[in-house]
Design a protein around this ligand. Structure first.
Ligand code: ZN
Length: 123
């Protein structure tokens, strides 16, 4: 897989579930990692990130951040940013918890770490 470099701090390459976003530097807890800049849709897609009740951003980096039940990032909906929720080592894959962030996933799937079905907040 060819690396695609988006900023001094991230590359996109094969991750836990398709492509993933990886750090190229150590990052401390509580740092802004990047801001979601893409188109805002009123419905979720397979790759969108939810930031409001009817607001789903289709962003090139956000689209590739995979799910994990013990994530290392969190989405701040009001400011449209991803922040580190713990210290992250160089080379780690960035993840966030889709079950907490998304009301309802466009494409539910089984979690790679625990095998639970990830569908969003709605059960
Ligand atoms: Zn899991």
């Amino acid at each position: 897989m060819k690396y695609r470099r988006f900023s001094p701090h991230f590359v996109i390459k094969d991750g836990i579930h398709g492509l993933g976003v990886f750090t190229t530097a150590d990052i401390k807890k509580g740092k802004v990692l990047f801001k979601l800049k893409g188109t805002i849709l009123d419905h979720p897609t397979r790759t969108s990130v939810q930031v409001g009740k009817y607001q789903h951003i289709e962003d090139i980096i956000g689209a590739h951040v995979n799910h994990c039940c013990q994530p290392n990032t969190k989405v701040y909906k009001r400011s449209h940013v991803f922040k580190s929720s713990r210290n992250i080592k160089k080379g780690e894959e960035l993840t966030f918890d889709y079950s907490k962030n998304e009301a309802s996933l466009a494409a539910p799937f089984r979690c790679e770490c625990c095998g639970k079905k990830v569908t969003g907040q709605k059960k």
